[in-house]
Design a protein around this ligand. Structure first.
Ligand SMILES: *Cc1c(COP(=O)(O)O)cnc(C)c1O
Length: 434
């Protein structure tokens, strides 16, 4: 394969002089897979183009937000129309309530929500709120789950932390993380043990019901139901971090899929339609503790930004109108893709396993099964790196880390899937040969 990379390399060198690693989010630097990250200049539907003119079928979708694909005309028009009326006022605008109404209607567990500008802000605020509500200090999280980069949540986190193989982050004093309990995922005994050891001290349990940030690892239905019962019994707040899964695995998120109502939900990614939005959401009883109604403080200069609200509203409106067709179609095509690539691996004698929930999925380079961080970490990341580059050379852009879920959008076609499986057959053939 002779993919031109000259322009991207030049742009990367320049960026490296100005920005740490040349990137504004670590995983973009390709450290886990090596090689040069393409600089993208354009996206349309399921495809993206880089600065050297290479075309790729994109399975990153901006790490989750782009469930409709790139540059969807309806979303672009909504953003443009909003921009013409002014970028930001720092006052309330009616679109905020429009988007809030749509989210609330989609999630039976949500009566009120507060918009912020990222998933990190959403989870950080949800935890502050859970502590304010329970007047307790401890937070339970799970190994390999990523909830943004707030100090107390960077303990044994997924995403870039898992990709770089580091336990947490420098610059977080032990004292800041001393109330964070990191437990193995999909393991109820560990949760029961923590609740008995820290009786009446655990404010909340925060979980990605379908983890996307150690690769795709679904929670078992039994486990998530048990989390609901135990938190209820212990009067602790159950937070579903649905920043990735909200409007992704079903219109009503993982909680619709599993039939479980958490106390608080965090959202982001899709609800911003590609622009920066997050939200923390729950019952009126809990949400009324947020300032100015209550004593829990949280604010944001650009929160509820009119452009971001317009992008989110256009995206959710489309999803709502099309949901009976769109989600089954995503399910069908994703299943076909994941099975096709798995079959190609088997034919080439490469040991992989796969996890998938709707349109989010991962091929792990381990025989599996992968149910938690310990089993995910058994993956042969070097083999993944070779596969990743072989796919990239063949015009298929997967997330550049074994520990990040891939996404399909509603713009992906049968042809995209066929081409991706064909590329995988060649890629595995090569991987087996080396
Ligand atoms: C992406 C993500 C976050 C963080 O969102 P940002 O917008 O990157 O701050 C939090 N939780 C989950 C589950 C995520 O996937």
């Amino acid at each position: 394969m002779h993919r031109k990379l000259e322009q991207s390399r030049k742009l990367q060198k320049r960026a490296e002089r100005l920005i740490p690693g040349g990137v504004n989010s670590p995983v973009r630097a390709f450290q886990a897979v090596g090689g040069d990250p393409p600089f993208l200049v354009r996206g349309s539907g399921s495809r993206v183009w880089d600065a050297d003119g290479n075309e790729y079928i994109d399975y990153i979708g901006s790490w989750g937000p782009l469930i409709l694909g790139h540059a969807v005309p309806k979303v672009v028009e909504a953003i443009t129309a909003a921009a013409k009326n002014g970028m930001s006022f720092g006052t309330s605008t009616s679109t905020e309530a429009d988007l809030a109404e749509m989210v609330i209607a989609a999630f039976p567990s949500i009566e009120k929500l507060r918009f912020v500008s990222s998933g990190t802000e959403a989870t950080m605020s949800a935890i502050r709120l859970a502590r304010a509500y329970t007047k307790r200090k401890y937070v339970v999280k799970f190994e390999g789950c990523y909830h943004g980069h707030a100090d107390a949540l960077l303990v044994k986190a997924g995403s870039g932390i898992a990709t770089l193989g580091i336990p947490g982050s420098a610059g977080v004093p032990e004292e800041f993380a001393q109330f964070t309990l990191a437990l193995p995922f999909n393991n109820m005994d560990a949760v029961e043990h923590a609740f008995s050891k820290f009786k009446h001290q655990i404010a909340c349990v925060i979980v990605e019901p379908v983890v996307g940030n150690m690769g795709c690892v679904p929670g078992s239905g039994e486990y998530l139901a048990a989390l609901r019962l135990t938190t209820q019994r212990e009067k602790a707040v159950l937070i579903f971090d649905e920043v990735m899964t909200g409007f992704r695995v079903a219109f009503g998120g993982a909680q619709e899929l599993y039939g479980i109502r958490p106390d608080l939900t965090t959202l982001g990614k899709i609800i911003g339609g590609g622009l920066p939005v997050g939200a923390y959401c729950g019952s009126s009883e809990i949400m009324n503790l947020v300032a100015p109604l209550g004593p829990m403080y949280q604010a944001g200069t650009l929160s509820g930004n009119p452009l971001a609200m317009a992008a989110g509203l256009a995206t959710l409106t489309h999803l709502k109108e099309q949901k009976d067709k769109l989600y089954p179609q995503l399910e069908k095509l994703s299943a076909e893709l994941v099975a096709g690539v798995a079959a190609a691996a088997k034919a080439a004698g490469v040991a992989i396993c796969h996890n998938r929930t709707g349109s989010m999925f991962t091929w792990f380079f381990t025989p599996g099964p992968v149910t938690d961080w310990t089993s995910a970490a058994k993956s042969d990341t070097k083999a993944f790196g070779r596969f990743f580059h072989a796919m990239l050379d063949r015009g298929v852009y997967l997330p550049p880390s074994q520990f990040e879920a891939a996404f399909m959008s509603s713009a992906h076609t049968q042809k995209d899937v066929r081409e991706t499986i064909a590329a995988a057959k060649q890629a595995f053939g090569r991987a087996a040969a080396v």
